[in-house]
Design a protein around this ligand. Structure first.
Ligand code: SF4
Length: 62
């Protein structure tokens, strides 16, 4: 599983980072960004929660 954050849609609410800071982090534009590698299996459930919780549907599974 891999995810990306659509920079146009992210409103910097911080929810995904609070749910799974191992995968999501702030970038220099103060938007959320995901790790580019595969999500470790043990974090997939958290990432799915973040994906479903994002208020603007900015997190996409790729
Ligand atoms: S939950 Fe969505 S809108 Fe909020 S910081 Fe993460 S990607 Fe951006």
């Amino acid at each position: 599983m891999k995810v990306t954050v659509d920079q146009e849609l992210c409103i910097s609410c911080g929810l995904c980072i609070s749910i799974c800071e191992e995968v999501f982090h702030w970038n220099d534009d103060d938007k959320a960004e995901a790790i580019t590698s595969d999500v470790p299996e043990e974090l997939e459930r958290d990432v799915e929660e973040a994906l479903e919780s994002c208020p603007t549907d900015a997190i996409k599974q790729v």
